[in-house]
Structure formats: structure tokens, C-alpha cells
Design a protein around this ligand. Structure first.
Ligand code: GDP
Ligand code: MG
Length: 822
């Protein structure tokens, strides 16, 4: 608990002191060091300040200060021991994995809890996008988070807990950022995490093959005055390039230990965490607080503002130097924070004066000086403002540091292949056919190769069904098993191979870096639609599953493009729709299967683009801003990463089978089996399912759907696969056709469900249903994802409404025009 929560008269033992700079130092100097006992002895009338006894003398602390000291009390320790014994069966207590206590441990419960808490290190991974943070996180925490060779793969924080060197690590993987200003949601997010969660150590991951840009973020972290360790990642690439880096020297210059790592293979990661322990325990000798020197003029401005901040008592939770620099950079969020704590606004007033003066006097001089030295070729009329002067100074610092310890190998062949491949795939004309070929190969393999294992699984479930039918007595139980569970789940599980193959291709394209190129060549086209090139990656991801695709829109900095992309992602045909497509296509259009399927996917994309254009004109107002898209070097993905990525998806799919699909199959079976009736033909027409179906049938009639198709579509609201299982169950339980099938089966004329569908539908109504499934409302998880990402229910409802409306209109047109023509 916090020291400020300690009741008068009670005792506790100090575990750690958070807070900042001078403030923290002062508290530690008073004697609040880990392992020391404190007692609360007197509360002032308003509970502030509080008097404590520590090491036999008395000190008084303000409540706010006391809340920065974490302690452990006897009561907490006892509760902890109790939890541990309760949870020891699984080896997991309230505080995570614990090694069993040695029998001769004579220490008190409090000592043990203090030891446990002080042996827990909270580490946050901070670095540029695509520098390998998640790779390191996965290896250290044995996790399977997504990695991908383009920026913005990790969109929210992921926490992993593991043991290393006798310590428990809580490792947090944060989204990648280039800087810590408040421009994008990611930047704000990372900054907030560092300030509010106060991790013990910031693990700054740096891409060794791109030092200059990566170290810019490091300089901002240094301003924050936090304890850091640097992972010099992509060390394999740095070595291969032939560039030379004096790591010891850089480490001294930056005042933090640097450990070379290769996130892909895991080299250096053990040493990295050994180093973190050393730093945490204060044993590391390179760690020191340095100031990034911004040059004399700027430093004077910073110091002036900092003094003002100090006098206003800003020193407790944030480095005043960081705050001063950010305020000079015109950071709106921190300006607000400052104004809250300084209502008369004198700090901001001073900031404005300093910035003004800088621009008038020094900014102009800097420009002049540059001209005189002949550096600046184009002379800007406007004198430099303090914000850009700070950025320049930081880059100057990085360049200076690198000049001392880094020599680039001019003859480096690293990433040469990247240029060669890019010459083709991002070529003005060639780029598009290459992309189309990739897409075609992807879908061809998904459906053509997937057909083989699909047949095996289909046969397996057919056999299972027969086994049940042959060996059980006629009755509800047999029907539940054969027509409900086996038919329902089986009808969906056969698509596992297709889905795995699709994900294999998507993972490969993401991991190799091709996806970023695809986004690049689509940029121009996307702009015309009010979208952005970056919208393209989430859209392609939508082919897998709409939910992560919608989350991935976070990388789109521009609000308007982000929202538009979210709204049209449901048009991208997700893999859950595959089962229904294939069932319908193989029943009616098996000769043109590839053509029809490709057509459906393309139609979805075209609709997405049209809708985006429409919405950007009439629904989502505002201009979209251009921004830079990065093209990371190609990296051969590790087979392990691609396979794991694919398998994770497969596992999710199987999990869905065991939960949503199983439950839906049982519910749908029950609704179509009851109320029971001896006459099966009559029964199907009277079931609850039929009642629901017939209620909505009139509305669906224009699209050409009867009640069976209508309820199937309705059930798809939970998950799209359910449409397939519902159709199977509804047809399997309904009427005499099921009986007649026995005769058909001998003829080996397509699968059982195909025949049922052929008897119940026409090619035209099947085509209309395919169209409806492509366009209508996405599953509930997607709707919720849209609500969460857009922040408003309004957009979730809007998506539901427009997709259903669009599907209805399109299917009705198709069916009615088709009926007239045929
Ligand atoms: P994040 O965006 O910082 O989380 O980066 P990721 O962990 O997603 O990795 C980005 C890309 O770099 C992936 O393709 C990884 O396979 C690759 N990668 C990560 N670490 C290394 C490394 O040390 N060496 C090389 N060559 N590639 C790496
Ligand atoms: Mg990541």
C-alpha cells in the first residue's frame, strides 16, 4: 500500500519510492530506503501533513509526498502468505509465479513480502515502430504477440510476466513512436504510460541499422530523467553492414548501458535482462543522468522556464527539464496540465515571453549564422522558432554523438536487395500487376490447395455422423448429436485448412515487408477515395478477420481517413464468410468456383472504395492530411514467426468452434427440432425456428429468400460461420429430404449439404444470398470494435444500418432483375 494510507499507530516497511528528481532524492535522504521500517505517529487536523517515525527520528511529510512511497504492512504480508498457500497448487499466487519457500526460511512474512516486491522489476519497451520491440517481448516473455515488418503492428500495451535471474519481470510492450510529442495517439499513449505507471526501467529498443532516427527518441527519453537501458537491436544487420560502432563509447556519451541484441534469434536477450537487474540494483556504473545539450541559447531558455516551474512546485511527478522543453515546444497537452496546477497562468505567460524573444532575437541570428557559414542554401524569410530549434539541436546532439563512435561502411551491401526488389514491386506500371498476381496466388492457394484437406475433414465428419445415426436409437439425443452438433460444427470446421492457408500468405506478406509496398502503390488510388495508403494494410487484414483490421486503423494518423477506413472494412470479406461462400458456390456454381469467389472478393473491395468515396463526401467531414509512409527494408520472415502467427489464428478459429459455433449449433438445432412432432415434414414447418424465420420472411422476400435462408442470415450476426452451420442444421432437421438423401448418396453427387441446398434453392437465390452475405452487417465483435476505436456508438450503429441497407438493396436488385431475365 502507499505510505499515505497507513493508519495512525500502524507500521510498515518501505518497498520503493517513486516520484522524481530532487523530490525523490530528498525523500530518500530522509531515510525512506527499501527495507526500512516506518510508523505513522500523528495526523495533522486535516490529515496533512503526517508525522512518521523512521530510524528512530521523526519526520513530517505532506500527504501528496507520502503517496509516492510504497510500503508493506504485516497485515498485507499475512494475506499474501495465505493467498500463496491457497494458490500453491497451481504455483500461482496473487503476485504471480513464485518458487516454493524453503522449509528453513525463518524470516518473517513481512520480510518475505518485501523481498518479493523489491525483486519485481517493471520494465516498459519504448522505441521506434518496427525496431523489434515485440520480437524481444515475445522471446523474453515467451509470448506470441504479432510482429510484422511495417510500422504500427502493436496498437495497445501488452503485458508479460516472467522470471529471470531470481527476479520477477513485468514487461510491457508499447506501440512504436518516433518522438514523444503529442501529435499521434501512440505518442500520447507511450508518454502517459511512462509518466503515470512509472516503470522502474525503460528499455529503449533501438534499430541498430538506423541509428540516427532512433536516437532522436532516446534524447527525448533522456529529458524525462528516467532510468534506462538500451537494447541495440538488429545487431545482426549492423554487423553485416560492416558499419563500425563503439558501443562502450556511445554508452558513456548517453549515460546508459547498451546491450546488443538480435530480436529475431534471441541473441543477447539474456544479457539484456541481466543488465536490467544490475541497473535496478544500482550496480551499473555507466548509468548517470546526462543533459542533452541544446546549445547555449536554448539551454538558457530552458533553465529560465525550469526555475519558474520549480518555484511553482512542479518537481514531484515530472522532470521539470522535460516539462520546460515540452512547453517551449508548444505541447498542448502539457500546457493544459501546467495550467491546472498553476491557475493564474504565470508559467505559460513566461513561456510565451521566452519563445517570443527567442524568435525575435536568437532565431533570426541562428539563420543568419547559417548563411554566413554557407550551410544554408535556401534562406527562409521567417526566423526559426524555438520549437524547431529544439528539434534541430537534438538532431545535432545525435549527429555529434555518432560522429565520435560510429563509422558507416560506404560500400555496405546491406539492404541492396531491397532496392532491387523495390525497383519492380513499386514500379509505376509493374507494381499493380505484381500486386494482382500476389493476390491471385493467395486466393488460388487458399481455395484450390485447401480443397484437399477439406475433403478429408468432410469425410471424417460424415463418417462420425453415420456412426451416430447407425448406433443410436431414433430420438432427440441422436438428432442433437448428428443433425445439431456434428453437422453444425462439422460444416464450419472443414474450412480450417482454407483459413490457415490464407493466414499463411497474409503473415508472409506482412512479415517480409511487402505489405508496406502494397500500401505504397495504392496510396494515390486511396487518396482519390478519401482514404490513405495506410488504409490499405488494415483493409487487406480484413480478409483475415475484421476485428484486428479495425484495431490496425490506429496507425492512420489522420482522423478522417481513420474513421472512413473503419467504416468500410466490413466490406472486406473476412475468412468467417468462407464457409458460406463455399457451401453455396459448390452447390450451384462449382464449374466457375474460382471465378465466382474472386469476383466476390473484388466486389467487396470495389464496394469499400465506393462507400469510402460516398462517406467522405457526405458523412465524415473535414480534410485529410498527407503523411509519410515508411518502407522498411525487406526481411526474410522466420519460418517460426510465420507459422506461429498462422497457428495462433487457427487456434482462435478452433476455439470459436468449441464456443460460439457449438452453442449456436445447439440453439439452432433446438429451435428447429422443437416443439416435437412425430411427422417430420410438419415439424420443420412448425418449429420455433420456422416461426422466427417466417416472421422476417416478408422483409426478405424481395431478395429471394425463404424462411430457412432468412434465419440462417439472422444467426450470422453472432459470427459469420454460424450462417453455414445454421443452414446445415436447418436443412438436416427439416422434412423428408434428409431421408431421400440416402439414395442420393450412392451416386456420389457432391456432399450431403450441397444436395440439400440444391433442392431448396435456385441458382439465382443462391447468388443473391452470396451477395447479401458479402455486404450485410458484420458480426457483433466487429461492431463493438468499431465502437471502441471510433469512441462513439454512433459509428457502430451507422455501420450496421448502412451495411444491412446496402445488402438488401443489392440482393433485391439482383434477384428481381434476374427473375425478369431468366
Ligand atoms: P516492433 O514494431 O518494434 O514491435 O517490431 P517487430 O518486433 O514487430 O519487428 C519488426 C520486424 O523486424 C519483423 O519483421 C522482425 O522479424 C524483424 N526483426 C526484429 N528483430 C530483429 C533483429 O534483431 N534482426 C533482424 N534482422 N530482424 C529483426
Ligand atoms: Mg510491436
Amino acid at each position: 500500500m502507499l505510505l499515505s494510507d497507513l493508519q495512525t499507530g500502524d507500521e510498515g516497511v518501505v518497498v520503493r519510492v517513486s516520484g522524481h528528481g530532487h523530490f525523490r532524492k530528498r525523500i530518500i535522504e530522509m531515510g525512506f530506503i527499501k527495507g526500512v521500517k516506518v510508523q505513522s505517529i500523528l495526523n495533522a487536523p486535516l490529515n496533512d501533513p503526517i508525522k512518521y517515525r523512521i530510524m528512530n527520528f521523526e519526520v513530517s511529510l505532506r500527504r501528496a509526498d507520502a503517496s509516492k512511497v510504497e510500503i508493506v504492512t504485516l497485515q498485507e504480508a499475512k494475506e499474501w502468505e495465505r493467498q500463496k498457500t491457497v494458490g500453491s497448487g497451481e504455483g500461482k499466487g496473487l503476485w504471480g509465479d513464485q518458487p516454493p519457500l524453503p522449509a528453513d526460511d525463518k524470516r518473517s512474512a513481512v520480510d518475505r513480502l518485501v523481498e518479493n516486491k523489491t525483486h519485481t522489476i517493471n520494465v516498459a519497451l519504448v522505441g521506434n515502430p518496427n525496431c523489434g520491440k515485440t520480437s524481444i517481448f515475445n522471446i523474453a516473455a515467451h509470448a506470441h504477440e504479432r510482429v510484422g515488418n511495417y510500422s504500427g503492428v502493436t496498437v495497445d500495451e501488452k503485458v508479460g510476466t516472467f522470471q529471470h535471474g531470481g527476479y520477477t519481470f513485468n514487461l510491457v510492450d508499447l506501440p512504436g513512436t518516433y518522438s514523444l510529442s503529442a501529435y499521434s495517439p501512440e505518442e500520447l499513449y507511450v508518454r502517459k504510460h511512462i509518466i503515470e505507471k512509472n516503470p522502474d526501467i525503460i528499455l529503449n529498443v533501438v534499430d541498430g541499422s538506423n541509428l540516427q532516427r532512433n536516437l532522436y527518441l532516446t534524447t527525448q527519453l533522456i529529458d524525462m530523467d528516467i532510468t534506462m537501458v538500451m537494447a541495440l537491436n538488429m545487431y545482426d544487420e549492423l554487423q553485416r553492414s560492416g558499419d563500425r560502432l563503439d558501443i562502450g563509447q556511445l554508452s558513456t556519451l548517453l549515460g546508459m548501458p547498451i546491450v546488443p541484441t538480435t530480436g529475431r534469434s534471441g541473441d543477447g536477450i539474456d544479457r539484456l535482462f541481466d543488465k536490467i537487474i544490475e541497473v535496478y540494483e544500482g550496480r551499473d556504473t555507466t548509468t548517470r543522468h546526462i543533459h542533452v545539450n541544446h546549445g547555449r541559447e536554448l539551454e538558457r531558455c530552458i533553465k529560465q522556464l525550469r526555475t519558474e516551474l520549480y518555484e511553482h512546485g512542479f518537481s514531484d511527478s515530472l522532470s521539470t527539464r522535460f516539462l520546460a522543453i515540452k512547453l517551449l515546444e508548444n505541447d498542448k497537452q502539457l500546457e493544459q496540465y501546467t495550467n491546472q496546477r498553476d491557475p493564474d497562468g504565470s508559467v505559460i505567460k513566461m513561456r510565451d515571453q521566452i519563445a517570443d524573444k527567442f524568435k525575435k532575437e536568437i532565431g533570426r541570428r541562428l539563420v543568419d549564422k547559417d548563411i554566413s557559414k554557407g550551410h544554408q542554401v535556401t534562406v527562409e524569410e521567417e526566423p526559426q522558432d524555438i520549437e524547431s530549434a529544439i528539434t534541430d539541436a537534438k538532431y545535432a546532439f545525435v549527429r555529434g554523438a555518432l560522429a565520435e563512435c560510429y563509422t558507416k561502411n560506404e560500400k555496405s551491401t546491406l539492404h541492396k536487395h531491397t532496392d532491387r526488389i523495390d525497383a519492380i514491386v513499386t514500379h509505376r506500371w509493374l507494381g499493380y500487376p505484381v500486386f494482382l498476381i500476389f493476390m491471385f496466388i493467395t486466393f488460388y492457394c487458399t481455395f484450390a490447395l485447401g480443397a484437399y484437406p477439406m475433403d478429408w475433414i468432410d469425410a471424417l465428419f460424415g463418417w462420425l455422423g453415420e456412426l451416430v445415426t447407425d448406433n443410436m436409437a431414433e430420438g432427440p439425443l441422436r438428432s442433437l448429436l448428428a443433425d445439431g452438433i456434428i453437422a453444425g460444427v462439422g460444416s464450419v470446421i472443414v474450412f480450417l485448412p482454407n483459413i490457415l492457408i490464407l493466414y499463411l500468405f497474409i503473415s508472409f506478406m506482412e512479415d517480409s515487408g511487402y505489405m508496406a509496398r502494397a500500401a505504397f502503390i495504392m496510396d494515390k488510388l486511396m487518396h482519390k477515395m478519401g482514404l490513405h495508403g495506410k488504409s490499405f494494410i488494415p483493409m487487406i487484414m480484413g480478409f483475415g478477420c475484421n476485428v484486428p483490421a479495425i484495431m490496425a486503423t490506429r496507425t492512420i494518423e489522420d482522423r478522417k481517413s481513420r474513421l472512413l477506413t473503419m467504416l468500410v472494412i466490413p466490406m472486406m470479406s473476412c475468412s468467417a464468410r468462407i464457409p458460406v461462400y463455399v457451401i453455396l458456390v459448390s452447390a450451384f456454381f462449382s464449374k466457375y468456383a474460382a471465378l465466382v469467389l474472386t469476383g466476390l472478393y473484388l466486389l467487396g473491395m470495389i464496394m469499400a472504395v465506393l462507400m469510402a468515396k460516398l462517406f467522405s463526401r457526405f458523412v465524415v467531414k473535414g480534410d485529410s492530411l498527407p503523411f509519410v509512409m515508411e518502407l522498411p527494408p525487406y526481411r526474410m520472415p522466420t519460418a517460426k514467426a510465420v507459422l506461429r502467427h498462422t497457428w495462433e489464428k487457427g487456434k482462435e478459429y478452433l476455439k470459436k468452434m468449441g464456443t460460439i459455433i457449438l452453442a449456436a449449433s445447439i440453439i439452432v438445432w433446438a429451435l428447429s427440432y422443437f416443439p416435437t412432432n412425430a411427422d417430420r415434414k410438419v415439424q420443420a414447418e412448425n418449429s420455433y425456428m420456422a416461426k422466427i424465420g417466417k416472421t422476417i420472411e416478408p422483409a426478405m422476400k424481395p431478395c429471394g429468400f425463404d424462411w430457412k435462408q432468412s434465419v440462417s442470415l439472422l444467426s450470422g450476426v453472432f459470427a459469420k460461420e454460424v450462417v453455414a452451420s445454421t443452414m446445415t442444421v436447418v436443412y438436416a432437421t427439416s422434412s423428408e429430404e434428409a431421408e431421400e438423401l440416402e439414395d442420393f448418396e450412392a451416386e456420389e453427387n457432391g456432399s450431403r449439404i450441397s444436395q440439400l441446398i440444391q433442392q431448396n434453392m435456385t441458382p439465382l437465390s443462391a447468388a443473391s444470398m452470396l451477395l447479401f452475405i458479402l455486404l450485410y452487417m458484420p458480426c457483433l465483435s466487429t461492431i463493438i470494435a468499431i465502437k471502441n476505436e471510433s469512441g462513439k456508438w454512433k459509428w457502430a450503429f451507422f455501420t450496421m444500418a448502412y451495411t444491412i441497407g446496402l445488402a438488401w438493396i443489392a440482393s433485391t436488385l439482383l434477384f428481381q432483375i434476374g427473375s425478369l431475365l431468366l
